[in-house]
Structure formats: structure tokens, C-alpha cells
Design a protein around this ligand. Structure first.
Ligand code: ATP
Length: 251
């Protein structure tokens, strides 16, 4: 088991955003996390990545308890994410955006960049090679020198994924990667996520595009009003009466 959320609760002021949520994610799986707007999906991502601590419960990655751990330490353990809204550096090229992802901001990294320590040239060549590989991997090699804000929307989304992969994560969290995409872009995205899994990265996917979730995921967890209402294979979830009701509302 790669990730385990046990009895996770989160309260913001008086609002209960999550109550006793449990699920596990095995290595090599693609797990879909679905639920209506405001269900608590992004809050789960924020807790896994250390932005908020859960009010109750535990989050374990491998054998490590993530609760109270700083976000950069969690990144260092091998967890990366993308965000619901595109967060690229628009004025920078596609290549530079990926290179930024390879330089976690640490005190030693800051000082060595000022001092130009020996071996730095070799390190720069390694970073360049890896960034180019990642652009190739997400199908953007020919756009390496293009400003990221002039890329098409679907390309910007893929660039964000390349940047998240720059830390070579064991677990990748994708927050609504298909939002705003046209059908052809969604198809490309589906292929890319499969490729990411096939090269050894486990994926946790928050997504509203149900055909994408149902085609891609090995397992799906559905939450509604902060409570897990269903968990299972896509075929079970698709026909689950509580899931249908959560999405369509009562007659
Ligand atoms: P969407 O699909 O719309 O992105 P979601 O399932 O990701 O929704 P969350 O963003 O996790 O939902 O929000 C869950 C609940 O927690 C909502 O009621 C939201 O208003 C509340 N919430 C989330 N973050 C905060 C915060 N920082 N402060 C206060 N309330 C918050």
C-alpha cells in the first residue's frame, strides 16, 4: 500500500469539510476521487501535500506519517501535484517552467546558486537534459522555447504535468486536469496519464469528466458533503444509487 487515509476529518472554523474519510491507494494504481462541487476533494489534496493538517485521523505514505510534515518535505518523499487552476510562469518558456520544477527551494540550493559551487555546470547539463526528456514525454518537445502563456490550453495543462513530474514523484496528484479541455485534448490527456502510470508513478486523480474517470481509473472513491459514500471499480461506482443521487440530486 502506498498511501492510506484513516478516519480523516477536517474542520474549517465551524464548517466540517470532511468526516471520517478512509481510503487506500496501491502502488501502480490510478485512483479517481469524485464528488460534487464542495465535496472536499481539493481539501484532501491539500492535506496529503501538507498545506493543511487534518483535524483528525492519519495519512501514511509508505511507512511515513505525513501529518504535521512541511510541504517541501512531503515533496521530497516523492509526492507531487498539479492545481485546479493553471499555475505556470506565463512569461517563461515551457523549458524554463519544467526546470523550475526541478529546483525545490531549499536553503542549500539558494546558497549554492549564489556561490556557483564546483560541479554546477554538470548539474545544469543534467537538469537541461531531464527537462527536455520531460517535455518530450508529455508531447511538448517542439515547444521548449515557446512562452508558456502562448501555448494552447491543453498544452499548458500538459506542461503543468511535466513540471510536477520534474521531481520524479512516486505519487502524482492531479486536480481536475481535464477541466476546460476539448474532447481531443482529453483523449491525449488520458493516454498521458496511462503512460505516467506505466513508467511507475501512482496517480490520484480528482476529476469531473466521468467518461475519463471511468475509462482510466482502477478504483474510484466518491465523496459527498465530506463523507465517503462509495468506493469500488468504475463499473460499480457508475451504477451506485448514492453516487447517482449525489450527482443528479433527488427527483
Ligand atoms: P470543487 O469540485 O468545487 O473543487 P471540492 O470537492 O474540491 O470542490 P473543497 O474545495 O475541498 O471541495 O471544499 C470542501 C469544503 O471545504 C467547502 O465547503 C469549502 O468551502 C471548504 N473549504 C475548503 N478550503 C477552505 C478554507 N481554506 N477555509 C475555509 N473553508 C474551506
Amino acid at each position: 500500500m502506498l498511501l492510506e487515509l484513516k478516519q480523516i476529518g477536517k474542520t474549517f472554523g465551524g464548517i466540517k469539510a470532511l468526516t471520517d474519510v478512509n481510503f487506500t491507494l496501491d502502488e501502480g494504481q490510478i485512483l479517481g476521487l469524485i464528488g460534487p462541487n464542495g465535496a472536499g476533494k481539493t481539501t484532501i489534496f491539500n492535506m496529503i501535500t501538507g498545506i493543511f493538517a487534518p483535524t483528525t485521523g492519519s495519512i501514511t505514505f509508505g511507512r511515513t506519517n505525513l501529518v504535521q510534515m512541511a510541504p517541501h518535505k512531503i515533496t521530497g518523499l516523492g509526492i507531487a501535484r498539479t492545481f485546479q487552476n493553471i499555475r505556470l510562469f506565463g512569461h517563461m518558456s515551457a523549458l524554463e517552467n519544467v526546470k523550475v520544477g526541478m529546483h525545490p527551494v531549499t536553503a542549500s540550493g539558494f546558497w549554492s546558486s549564489l556561490l556557483r559551487l564546483p560541479g554546477q555546470k554538470r548539474e545544469e547539463a543534467r537538469v537541461l537534459e531531464r527537462a527536455l526528456q520531460l517535455l518530450e514525454f508529455v508531447g511538448l518537445a517542439e515547444f521548449a522555447d515557446v512562452r508558456s502563456d502562448s501555448l494552447a490550453y491543453g498544452q499548458q495543462r500538459r506542461l503543468e504535468i511535466a513540471r510536477a513530474l520534474a521531481t520524479s514523484p512516486k505519487l502524482l496528484l492531479l486536480d481536475e486536469p481535464a477541466a476546460g479541455m476539448i474532447e481531443a485534448e482529453t483523449q491525449d490527456l488520458m493516454e498521458l496519464i496511462r503512460k505516467i502510470r506505466d513508467q511507475g508513478t501512482t496517480v490520484l486523480l480528482v476529476e469531473h469528466d466521468m467518461p475519463l474517470v471511468m475509462n482510466l481509473c482502477d478504483k474510484v472513491v466518491c465523496i459527498n458533503f465530506g463523507v465517503k459514500i462509495a468506493e469500488g471499480e468504475p463499473s460499480e461506482i457508475q451504477n451506485h444509487p448514492d453516487v447517482i443521487e449525489a450527482y443528479l440530486g433527488k427527483e
